[in-house]
Design a protein around this ligand. Structure first.
Ligand code: NAP
Length: 561
């Protein structure tokens, strides 16, 4: 028995039956939701970020039944949670947009080159409204477990609200950076003031006026928020363990001419993406720019195109000489901007190649250290020993503060998947299958977990490319795969262990050809104590072409049964 009736797809013939419980605002219908195995849905989608929204749209468009589940109270994924001051996209906003619908593209006008978090959240909301996606989601609901029932060949997903939903396919659109590390430092629970973690920021603006503030961490989240906090606070202490490379955003309003030019080129841009989006362009093996050419290229790092400017320096993450020149260029800019040479030196990254930890894109990061009310605390010189009731204690001294901002990063790429109890064949857990690090086929599927797909999973380019268009590519591929299963009257599709082993080896080989393994980054799991150190994103060339070839060859590497 199915209680209540599941959603029907938009294009399905006949009247649409909408579950009254699929959106909290829709009605006061009963929870928990139960979708039993004798009348399962076609799909469950976990996550209402950009991956989950588009997945749900495509499933419904294809006439399939779907239930979405989202822990947050509304759509937006990472942009719903990360509300800290200064939160912005580090990909230009015109590119950080869906490409599947030219009409959607026309219907939205970004105001700035790098959009703010509120504007991106408004965009997600606009998409949800336009395609009426909210009614497919249970919001404020966290998936606790997903279990593959081998007899029924179905996934059974349970939530923290007691829902139990049976579905043929389970799609994890749970994001790459969605499990923030709290302030997991000794004594944090004793601090008498508020602690705000950037990835779980309060919905009401935090007023730092007159406050002494500790910011812990110097990744993108701290680099974006500190300059704005410093404008309000009495004093800001920035606790830095590893200095980061940051490039100027040179943010500005987008002109009508820029929008018109982008829209005019939109079909060509989409064509480019569809033709195969490389994670990182690889120039010819004999590419060897002269010193002069190289210096001209690296000057582009300061042109305001942030992360895109990194790929304009070919072989940056593959050739030590090229990287050295580019990194020296950035180091020289830091020395120019920061007036106190001792502070400048502390802010200068010297122990990993440029681009091998995610570079940041900032507005006033280095400049903020010229302010009298900002102090850089080098915790390599004197490590943080504890959080005390009054503030932060390092090996050298106590820093009394009123507020602590935790900007200590995320359990990236695997965290969101592993905090659910996902069990595939023989009741084997994902935690067990990934005990030595994540293993996937194409970053899309996992051997032993039939009909489970991951959107931008480990083993795909994901965080090394434009995540939004990477989500689209994955969703489109998953939709074709589901169509293939259904077209063959089959019930399951599963990556073979051999194909998965070969892909994992290939992902590692490609990473080993680069300088990435030289950095203790979150790409490699180095930021979470005890996490297996495996380079997780795919850095090889022609990823989309490979995925399409697998499909064109009849889903080689998958068992369809
Ligand atoms: P992050 O880059 O992982 O930075 C975390 C910071 O916390 C690092 O500086 C780290 O130092 C420090 N830290 C961790 N544990 C510490 C400890 N025990 N003591 C002292 N310091 C400690 O995290 P994030 O800034 O949140 O950014 C993560 C990713 O999210 C980014 O790389 C980016 O992909 C994405 N993001 C994007 C944007 C955007 O512009 N759109 C904004 C924010 C985040 P170590 O380096 O020494 O480990």
């Amino acid at each position: 028995m199915v209680l209540p009736a599941p959603l029907k797809g938009d294009n399905e013939a006949g009247e649409e039956t909408v579950s009254a419980t699929t959106h909290p605002g829709a009605s006061a219908a009963a929870r928990p939701v139960r979708v039993d195995q004798d009348a399962p849905l076609d799909a469950v989608v976990v996550g209402a970020g950009f991956g989950g929204l588009y997945m749900t749209h495509r499933l419904r468009e294809a006439g399939l039944t779907v239930q979405g589940v989202e822990a947050a109270d509304d759509v937006g994924g990472t942009w719903w949670w990360n509300r800290y001051p200064g939160a912005r996209c580090d990909i230009p906003s015109l590119l950080y947009s869906y490409t599947f619908s030219p009409e959607l593209q026309e219907s939205w006008r970004w105001s700035e080159k790098y959009a703010t978090q509120p504007e991106i959240l408004a965009y997600a909301s606009h998409v949800a409204d336009r395609f009426d996606l909210r009614r497919s989601f249970l919001f404020g609901t966290r998936v606790v477990s997903a279990r593959f029932d081998e007899a029924a060949q179905l996934w059974v997903v349970t939530t923290d609200k007691g829902d139990e939903i049976a579905a043929r396919f389970c799609i994890m659109a749970t994001g790459c950076l969605s499990v923030p590390r709290g302030l997991d430092l000794p004594g944090a629970e004793t601090f008498e003031g508020p602690i705000h973690v950037t990835g779980l920021w309060p919905h009401q603006p935090v007023d730092f006026t007159g406050k002494r503030v500790a910011v812990i961490g110097t990744g993108s989240s701290a680099i974006q928020s500190t300059p704005l906090i410093a404008e309000q606070a009495q004093h800001v202490y920035v606790f830095q363990r590893t200095p980061n490379f940051s490039l100027p955003a040179l943010n500005a309003p987008i002109s009508d001419e820029e929008v018109a030019a982008f829209r005019a080129n939109f079909p060509a841009y989409v064509e480019l993406l569809r033709s195969g989006q490389p994670a990182l362009p690889i120039p010819p093996a004999d590419y060897a720019p002269s010193e002069e050419e190289l210096n001209a290229l690296v000057a582009q790092l300061w042109n305001g195109w942030g992360l895109i400017s990194l790929v304009q320096v070919p072989n940056l993450v593959r050739d030590e000489r090229i990287n050295q020149v580019a990194a020296d260029f950035v180091r020289a800019r830091i020395a120019e901007i920061v007036k106190d040479p001792a502070v400048a030196e502390k802010l200068t990254p010297r122990d990993f190649p440029l681009g091998t930890k995610r570079a940041c894109v900032d507005t006033g990061w280095y400049e903020t250290f010229n302010r009298d009310n900002v102090t850089l605390v080098d915790v390599r010189e004197a490590p943080i020993e504890a959080i005390t009731p009054m503030g932060v204690r390092t090996a050298a001294q106590d820093y009394p503060v009123d507020v602590i901002v935790g900007a200590m990063g995320f359990d990236a790429m695997t965290g969101a998947l592993l905090r659910m109890d996902i069990r595939g064949r023989d009741g084997r857990s994902l935690a067990e299958a990934w005990a030595e690090g994540p293993k996937t086929y194409l970053g899309l599927a996992i051997a032993g977990f039939p009909n489970l797909f991951t959107v931008t999973g480990p083993g795909s380019p994901s965080v090394l490319t434009n995540v939004l268009t990477a989500c689209e590519q994955h969703v489109d591929w998953i939709m074709e795969a589901i169509g293939h299963v259904q077209g063959r009257q089959a019930r399951t599709m599963e990556a073979t262990a051999e194909a998965q082993e070969a892909w994992v080896a290939h992902v590692n080989d490609e990473a080993d050809k680069t300088l990435f393994p030289q950095a203790a980054s979150w790409y490699i799991g180095a930021n979470v104590p005890g996490k297996p150190r495996v380079f997780m994103p795919y850095v090889g060339e022609g990823y989309k072409i490979r995925c399409d070839a697998v499909a064109a060859d009849g889903y080689v590497g998958f068992a369809v049964g």
